[in-house]
Design a protein around this ligand. Sequence first.
Ligand code: ATR
Length: 282
Amino acid sequence: MKNNVKLFLLLGDPVEGTLSPAIHNSAFRTLGLNNIYVPVKVQLDNLPEIVEAIRNLKVAGFNVTVPHKVSIIGLLDKLDESASSVQAVNTVVNRGGKLVGYNTDGEGALQNIQSKIGPVKNKRVVILGAGGAARAIAYSMAKAGADVTVANRTPARGKALAAIIRKRLRKKIALTPLRKPALKKSISSADILINATTVGMEPKPNETLVTADMLHPKLVVNDIVYKPMRTKLLKEAERAGAKTIDGLGMLVNQAAISFKIWTRSEPPVKVMSSAARKTLGG
Ligand code: ATR
């Protein structure tokens, strides 16, 4: 490697099939930056030693994905508000030896939806899920002024999410069971439905938590799952006459925000998006 090459990593397990290297390396190339982005499979037990190696090797920054988004927190020096608010990190920058954690998932999801349908302020949003991704999305939506309802399989996690938002934003979010009559009722008065669970992801592309009979034509349906791009939920939404937004936009937007944190350069979003699409084979 040349001396001035900056190294960026993705830490996760699994990392096979990730689109992030294609997205970031295409952006580095486009801007003529002498940087490289490499995925590294890291098991939970090895995370501390990998972070130690990152410090020693002066790695410039890294992404964190499943299952490390929460465990990484204790190994960092500082958290940005985007990460401390939802207690999950997906992006780390090395600032002169100090590792600072950010979360760009929520902002990425918000930017993607707003770029397609305009401001979410005062929109009624139902979010399925209360895991790391759902927490970040619910927080960004509530912060942007949306009226958020969360439905999660495990009610305690839904309650924990509501408590975070109440504490941080002084905003109340509603909780609804992930069961048909109650969920259908919440969706009937909603403007936007977001699936922030892993349901429908390959290798189980025929699963969905919500079917066409629970949807309506004025609804916008966004699935954060991007493998497959046209999920079962999005097919059900089309059947109901709803507008659909696939998961690739959020992936690209969160990557673009991370890219800006790392490089302080304006991300070439179109290049990043077509690299992601090409790698997916779409
Ligand atoms: P991520 O960081 O990608 O959000 P996660 O924290 O493991 O991953 O969260 C996964 C989310 O998908 C959770 O909301 C989970 O529900 P539980 O909190 O009840 O576990 C949800 N999920 C996964 N499989 C599901 C299924 N078969 N039915 C309903 N919800 C499911």
